[in-house]
Design a protein around this ligand. Structure first.
Ligand code: ATP
Ligand code: MG
Ligand code: MG
Ligand code: MG
Length: 467
């Protein structure tokens, strides 16, 4: 049964309200008092303190639709059917209240009764040693034993250092062999896009001491996460996330600007999906107060924005266009996220300033890189050349690598990083003398725009490197 993304979100939240849950709005993308994370990447992340008991939740049962960003998935975007850097995660949470029986039964009820998914297309995974989950799924919920798959720690056990952890069950939808890799080993848990994982139900029941001991918790928790776009993809029976109703409108906008059509050229389709995804991330990030910069979240923002701009070039767009795409994003999501309307002017200003400044960079840098590649013997671009590109033209190393790879070449990164290091030391010394440390790395055009709230440093840079 076809259902629009906005309707699905509402159905989910209403369903869990009906089961005694308090509906909370999405938390911002910037984690609060948590230096372990650069950006919120799941529904439970902003509620960690409710789980550990440090903070008392407003109710023991909560349901949310949380804005998420996963920079680690950037390389999947446009390639797999199911990953975006930005997505919405639906979740229902129990803070020491209900546990396995209710969580599984309600998940199944939502899938089969509210979404009316055909039972024979659904598969459930459990942690290999979780016999209790097997009993509950088969005897209480009534799932066929031959549609339950036991998987290992990698997929079905949640643990992040010492503290609350536990096994999980995931629900998959079989989209049919036409979406699969065709390998004889293909099945639930295969990394192709036939069996799409859409819901993760975590049974947080142990309190790990970090030394291999797992004493059970007195009041175990439930934490679930379901990708809204993925669920919509299944419900609307479309090929990938970017073809669900709300996303499709953004894709159409990109196509109009590029004077092209979606679905005619595989390479172009990837660029269209990348632009759609990255502009979504960028729009939501700016709305939450993140500004382009050279480190942490600001760097993530900058990289996403520039990558979208470059894919625009690949589509033959030779003017600034990202604000128009952002307008589409705002239009599609402002109903559920009023901050997008409130911050609209800010969002467009930041995007256009950053896009303009990058346009200059990209033209000069691409010309120089092409020159280098043309007169090149062998397949390794020297670290010195890569450094010159970044130092003289502000052309990011990731972009050099990406373009090099498209031409079957690699970059001597070791030398590049060495040169960067030397450069940084010189610059630091010079800045100290000039007393200009605070604005280091900011573009002139953005001076005067308030700085990003600054929380922690090391973890942010580490995560930003993924890009
Ligand atoms: P996958 O194995 O497909 O990468 P995951 O196991 O990393 O997914 P979880 O961490 O279990 O995902 O997150 C819970 C749910 O959030 C997933 O079942 C999926 O529906 C959704 N989700 C996760 N990553 C993404 C993404 N990059 N884009 C869209 N939805 C996502
Ligand atoms: Mg993943
Ligand atoms: Mg998974
Ligand atoms: Mg998962």
């Amino acid at each position: 049964q076809w259902m629009g993304l906005n309707e699905i979100r509402e159905k989910y939240l209403e369903f869990f309200e009906g089961k005694g849950h308090l509906r909370l709005p999405s938390f911002p993308l910037i984690p609060k008092d948590d230096n372990s994370l650069l950006l919120i990447n799941s529904g439970m992340a902003p509620m960690k303190k409710y789980f550990t008991g440090e903070v008392t939740p407003p109710r023991k049962r909560v349901t949310t639709c949380q804005k998420c960003i996963r920079t680690g998935d950037i390389e999947n975007v446009g390639i797999t059917d199911r990953h975006g850097t930005f997505f919405e995660m639906l979740g229902n949470f129990s803070f020491g209240d209900y546990f396995k029986h209710e969580a599984t039964a309600w998940a199944w009820e939502f899938c089969t009764k509210v979404m009316e998914m055909p039972v024979d297309k659904l598969w459930v995974t459990i942690y290999q040693d979780d016999d209790e989950a097997f009993e509950v799924w088969t005897k209480e919920v009534g799932v066929a034993a031959d549609h339950i798959v036991r998987l290992g720690k990698e997929d079905n056990f949640w643990e992040h250092g010492p503290g609350p952890c536990g096994p999980c069950s995931e629900i998959y939808f079989d989209r049919g062999p036409e979406h699969g890799c065709g390998k004889p080993t293909c099945g639930v848990g295969c990394d192709c896009d036939r069996y799409v994982e859409f819901w993760n139900v975590v049974f947080s029941q142990f309190n790990s001491d970090g030394h291999g001991n797992y004493p059970p918790m007195e009041h175990p928790n439930i934490d679930t996460g379901m990708g809204l776009e993925r669920l919509a993809c299944v419900m609307q029976n479309v090929d990938n996330l970017f073809l669900v109703d709300t996303m499709q409108n953004i894709i159409k906008k990109v196509c109009t600007i590029a004077g092209t059509e979606y679905g005619k050229d595989k390479k172009k389709d990837i660029s269209i999906r990348v632009i759609t995804d990255h502009v979504r991330s960028v729009t939501f990030m700016i709305a939450d107060g993140i500004m382009p910069s050279n480190n942490g979240r600001g760097y993530v923002l900058r990289r996403l924005l520039r990558r979208a701009a470059r894919h625009g070039r690949l589509l033959g767009i030779d003017r600034s266009f990202l604000t128009e795409v952002a307008e589409s994003v705002i239009h599609e999501s402002c109903g559920a996220y009023p901050e997008l309307t409130e911050k609209k002017e800010m969002i467009q200003k930041v995007i256009s300033v950053e896009e303009e400044s990058f346009a200059k960079t990209i033209d000069q840098g691409t010309a120089m890189l092409n020159e280098i590649m043309e007169h090149h013997e062998g397949t390794v671009i020297s670290g010195e050349d890569a450094f010159k590109l970044s130092d003289t033209y502000g052309f990011p190393i990731d972009l050099t690598k990406e373009i090099a790879a498209e031409n079957g070449m690699t970059v001597d990164e070791e030398t590049y990083h060495q040169r960067m290091q030397e450069q940084r030391q010189t610059a630091r010394a010079a800045r100290k003398n000039a007393g200009a440390e605070s604005w280091a790395g900011e573009s002139d055009l953005l001076k005067g725009v308030p700085e990003t709230e600054f929380l922690g440093y090391r973890e942010q840079t580490a995560q930003a490197k993924v890009l």
